[in-house]
Design a protein around this ligand. Sequence first.
Ligand code: F6R
Length: 260
Amino acid sequence: MEVVIAPAPELARLAAGAVEDLLRRRPDAVLGLATGSSPLAVYDELARRHTEQGLSFARVRAFMLDEYVGLSMDHPQRYRNVIDTEFAARVDIAPDAVQGPDGLAADLPAACAAYEQAIADAGGVDLQLLGIGTDGHIAFNEPGSSLASRTRIKTLTEQTRVDNARFFDGDVDQVPQHCLTQGLATIMSARHLVLLATGRGKAEAVHQLVEGPVSAMWPATILQHHPHVSVLVDNAAASRLQLADYYRGAYASKPAWQGL
Ligand code: F6R
């Protein structure tokens, strides 16, 4: 696990750079897309590189982490719509190349199984962008999630609904109670995980993720078992890291050729 502590704009450039390096090596790569506020600056940077530098997503396929259950097709906070607005519509990715769990399916367990199959059929995810919840969730794997979980329906915690109310006019009652989410084992199958966290509100979750004992109580701690994780945090999100000086020194002395 590599921890990079840097100002937020630099973190976005690093994450976008990892995507670009991947696409230069493998133009038909499979990307894993997160929603929420953490990856937005990355999508801005990728859109800029597409427009100004010709970075192409024409052969890319992408899978989303999660989706609310029950939000109408045209709801602006339906994650599929958010990804279209923030990313897909701004680059040259094919419209049918982005998939997400179907939160409007009549048979939700079948939709989850189909989603797992679609990821497997695509050969798995090469690079997965991640945020982290203040309660340590990744995707919507809330505390208590099985460390071996696959895509399934989950109930959001009150904390997550309160945190996400800002996307729903500040009204927690508008935040759905249920979601479909890739499981922790699904996420662990991706080949490179790039997690972004900014702000003091994420400091405890980041400390647990990097330095805490692996536990379903802090679901993100499962990433300690992954061989290739990049944890990109600003000073505020890093403020509870016990080995922050070590991570800073290691990054400062990192060989230039290495990349994330
Ligand atoms: C969203 C997702 C969530 C968010 C997390 C942090 O697809 O998977 O795990 O990454 O809730 O959200 P923000 O970035 O809004 O703080």
